[in-house]
Design a protein around this ligand. Structure first.
Ligand code: KG4
Ligand code: ZN
Length: 358
């Protein structure tokens, strides 16, 4: 089965062609740089950029895969959650494309896509636990088979990616801060600052990052690291308060120590909860999903914490952790193979839990 996947839930316009379960024939992602000047994604600008890029990105995906539209068996697109305007561009384009070709269309939950990125690497083992860590979600999900999801825990406040982005922003790292945060943290001492780890009384597998965010802000302000936001360098492609690459590199050692310590605190909190969930469920396989799963320190720390319990940790390569359309095509493949198709009235949704369909 040849599926065209389309993903436009946030600020990446992506299209991919997938043959069967994991043969990725093409995987094209156009990232929007427009938002740099604003320090975060501006929804209105994001949807306009998707409108501009969606057809060229789809064409590029078909060309790279060396297939024609008529060769396709189906079209899959993210229907939510995400930014409504952005989602509607990809979803409506996909529905119209499928209708025009006379092929089936299926809407996919964005988080299911992130989870199924693991299938693109190898067949997933069941039962398992998935730690979903993206810019908008932080959840532990239990799966008994493809299409079967039970949420065991989630964040009470910020998502793990937001914690990286917001703490990074306090030091002037441009959005999304995660990749630069990780790179700069490598130069610091992860034990320099003893940030406390959130311990929730209720909700054994729930997360909270707001305390860490406040502690980091207070410390950075006290030590005089808050970037100067008074002068807005309009038109320089940089948000007020963002530091350029050279300025980030030239920060004092203490800044790298704070970044490394904050990263360690985020990673510790994620590792502890996943470890507790693995102990409670006795599963032998755990998976990472979502953009934050690209973080090397996180993979290393979680892998080591699960090993004593006989549980293996699996994760997609970094390029499949962040938003892409191959993961949407893969999730679509399984839905379609089980007879799940979506009608032309399928709507986009900004929020909504991942529901089992199998
Ligand atoms: O899954 P994703 O691409 O988009 C959402 O669905 O949200 O995740 C984006 C998030 C951002 O918060 C970004 O800062 C974070 O993933 N991220 C990272 C790394 N790469 C991306 N966080 C920590 N370390 C990284 N290497
Ligand atoms: Zn995502």
């Amino acid at each position: 089965m040849l599926i065209l996947g389309i993903e436009t839930s946030c600020d990446d316009t992506a299209a991919a062609v997938l043959r069967d379960e994991r043969e990725v024939l093409s995987n094209v992602v156009a990232s929007q740089l427009t938002h740099r000047e604003y320090g975060g994604v501006v929804p209105e600008l994001a949807s306009r950029q998707h409108l501009k890029h969606v057809l060229p990105v789809m064409r590029a995906a078909l060309k790279r895969a060396e297939v024609t539209p008529e060769d396709l068996d189906a079209v899959a697109a993210t229907s939510g959650p995400g930014l409504l305007g952005s989602l509607l561009v990809g979803l409506c384009t996909a529905k119209a494309y499928a209708l025009g070709l006379g092929k089936p269309f299926v809407g996919v939950h964005h988080i299911e896509g992130h989870i199924m990125a693991n299938w693109l690497v190898e067949e997933m083992h069941f039962p398992n636990l998935v730690l979903v860590i993206s810019g908008g979600h932080t959840q532990i999900i239990r799966m008994r088979r493809v299409g079967d999801f039970v949420e065991m825990g989630s964040t009470r406040d910020d998502a793990a990616g937001e914690a990286f982005d917001k703490i990074g922003k306090m030091l002037g790292i441009p959005y999304p801060a995660g990749p630069q945060f990780e790179r700069l943290a490598k130069r610091g001492d992860a034990h320099a600052v003893p940030f406390s780890r959130a311990r929730l009384k209720r909700g054994e597998f729930d997360f909270s990052f707001s305390g860490l965010k406040t502690a980091a802000r207070l410390l950075l302000e006290k030590e005089g690291f808050a970037p100067d936001t008074r002068v807005a360098p309009i038109g320089r492609g940089r948000a007020p308060g963002n530091r350029g690459m050279g300025e980030l590199e030239a920060l004092p050692q203490r800044a790298f120590d704070i970044l490394a310590s904050a990263q360690e605190a985020i990673v510790d909190m994620l590792a502890e909860k996943l470890e507790a969930a693995v102990r409670a469920t006795q599963v032998r396989h755990a998976y990472l999903a979502g953009g934050v799963a690209a973080n090397g320190r996180l993979r290393e720390r979680i892998g080591a914490s699960l090993a004593p319990f006989g549980a293996a940790l699996h994760s997609p390569p970094p390029s499949l952790c962040t938003d892409n359309a191959a993961m949407i095509a893969c999730a679509g493949h399984f839905r379609l193979c089980s007879g799940v198709v979506s009608g032309p009235d399928t709507n986009a949704f900004a929020r909504g839990p991942l529901q089992s369909w199998c």
